[in-house]
Design a binder for this molecule. Sequence first.
Ligand SMILES: Cc1cc2nc3c(=O)[nH]c(=O)nc-3n(C[C@H](O)[C@H](O)[C@H](O)COP(=O)(O)O)c2cc1C
Length: 195
Amino acid sequence: MNLIELIKSRRSIRQFQPKVLDHQILLDCIDAARVAPSAANRQPLHYILVTEREQVDMIFPLLRWAGYIQPHGDPQPGQRPTAYLIVLIDEEIGEKWKYHDVGAAVENFILAAWSYGIGSCWLASVNRSALRSFYQIPAKYTIDTVVALGYPAEEPLLEKSDETVRYWKDADGQLHVPKRTIDAIVHLNGFNRKE
Ligand SMILES: Cc1cc2nc3c(=O)[nH]c(=O)nc-3n(C[C@H](O)[C@H](O)[C@H](O)COP(=O)(O)O)c2cc1C
C-alpha cells in the first residue's frame, strides 16, 4: 500500500480484537509523532502510553464514543481498545500554534499505527480530571486528547456526501462515514471557481 492509499484507507476504529500490541511497534509510532512539524520547533508534546491491563480497564469508562449514534458506536464487550495514548501539552513550552502541533503529531502517530495494521480512534470526549488525578499529571501539562488503540474488528465504509456529516450504522451494524466531495471543497484559481 502506498502512502496515499494508507491515508485514504484509515478510518476511526471503535471495535477491536483482544490481541496484545507490541511495545516496540507502539514506540515506533510515537517516534513518528515525535518528528512531526512543530511551530517554532517548540515540541511541547508529551505522551503517556498505557498498555497495562488494569490501567486500560480504568480508562475505558472515561471516554465517550461516536456521539452521533450513541450507544451503538461504543466498543462492545470483548472488543474494547487494548492500549491508549494520552496526549499532553507542556503549557510552559507550547505557544499559540500548539494545537496545530497536536494535529500533525497525532495524525503521524495514527497513520504510523495504521501502517502496522493497528486501528485507532482519536478522542476529545475524555474525563480529564479523572485522568489527571490517576496519573498525578502536573498542572503545567494540559491533557489534550486520547488515542484508543487495537487491531480492528470492524471495517467502516467511506461514503461521499455533501448532505450530511453524521456517520451512521446500517441494519447489519456496518459503520458508514460520509466525507464531503472534492468538488464541494476545492476552489480553482479563485473562490467558487471550478475551472
Ligand atoms: C480532534 C478529534 C476528536 C475526536 N473525538 C472523538 C470522540 O471523543 N469520540 C469518538 O468516538 N470519536 C472521536 N473522533 C473521531 C471522529 O468522530 C472521526 O474522525 C470522524 O467521525 C470521521 O471518521 P474517520 O476518522 O473514520 O474518517 C474525534 C476526531 C478528532 C479529529
